[in-house]
Design a binder for this molecule. Structure first.
Ligand code: ADP
Length: 279
């Protein structure tokens, strides 16, 4: 056990140095050439489309890149009731006066921040339309209510994410706009990297992290799976946290992975049996 813990300590230290771990830098282990592509896109002020399953590290990646590039990061979580006013801003009553309050997208445009629209595709077409002129060569945001148009400050960059498994971001974005995006595909990290991530984030030993990742891998490789989502890195980290706080490995997997993936009793039973055979 001691050896395992030493191995984790080493791998975590190594991961830290690799990520350019000055104090406060978000922990992110590169999976491929995503950082290189992002840097080049940032250099050209080009909008980025991050594709990948939920919980695979898209948000963490953007946090790490914003830190590396020394830009502020403004994150907006998309939902279906989101309106363009939620993005751009609105007039509010404050102490009897009507004042304009910038929305998060407008703040990012003014401040030259990275604006990360997480799952913005959940939003309706009439909401998403406000980002079009920001994503193309105009780099402008129309503030209709104020009767003005803002030019994006240097450093502003639009990043949107979606899960190609069940969303079609692209249907909400005009072809001409969509072609301005640089796409980066992020998948789940390779086994060794994912085990280091799970060990680091959950604070567990390498052996336990390795077992969780192995189980995650089995679920991801299931043929003809009835699951809408597979076991994500985030789920494996949650299971690891439960272990770190005293739950058995099998109990943690049941609570953080098996029960989360399905409500169907037959599927839950089958996943449980799979866990019994792998763990
Ligand atoms: P997404 O935005 O794709 O839904 P997140 O970025 O929130 O996923 O990732 C979920 C968690 O997984 C993060 O909080 C982080 O702890 C971890 N994670 C996933 N991939 C990595 C990676 N390559 N390096 C470091 N942490 C990672």
């Amino acid at each position: 056990m001691l050896t395992d813990q030493a191995a984790v300590a080493d791998s975590v230290a190594e991961a830290g140095t690799e990520a350019g771990a000055e104090a406060g830098a978000p922990f992110y282990r590169a999976v491929g050439d995503e950082a290189e592509i992002f840097r080049a896109a940032a250099g050209g002020g080009l909008p980025v489309l991050l594709k990948g399953p939920t919980g695979c590290g898209k948000t963490r990646f953007v946090e790490a890149m914003a830190h590396e590039l020394g830009r502020d990061l403004i994150t907006i979580a998309g939902h279906e009731d989101m309106t363009s006013a939620d993005l751009v801003g609105r007039f509010l009553l404050k102490g009897g006066e009507t004042v304009w309050v910038d929305g998060p997208l407008t703040r990012a445009v003014r401040e030259g921040a990275i604006c990360y629209l997480d799952e913005v595709v959940e939003a309706r077409q009439d909401t998403v339309v406000v980002i079009h002129p920001l994503a193309d060569h105009r780099r402008e945001l129309a503030l209709d209510r104020l009767g003005t148009t803002l030019s994006a400050a240097p450093g502003f960059q639009l990043v949107i994410s979606y899960n190609p498994g069940y969303q079609s971001v692209l249907k909400n974005i005009k072809e001409s706009t969509r072609q301005r995006f640089v796409a980066i595909e992020l998948g789940f990290p390779p086994t060794e990297v994912e085990a280091q991530v799970v060990a680091h984030e959950a604070g567990i030993d390498a052996e336990t992290a390795g077992a969780l990742v192995a189980f995650g891998g089995v679920i991801r490789r299931l043929d003809g799976s009835p699951l809408r989502e597979v076991a994500s890195t985030r789920m494996l980290i949650l299971a690891g946290c439960l272990v770190a706080h005293g739950l058995s490995l099998r109990g943690a997997v049941q609570a953080a992975v098996v029960q989360v993936l399905s409500d169907d009793p037959d599927v839950v039973r089958a996943l449980g049996e799979l866990a019994d055979s792998v763990l």
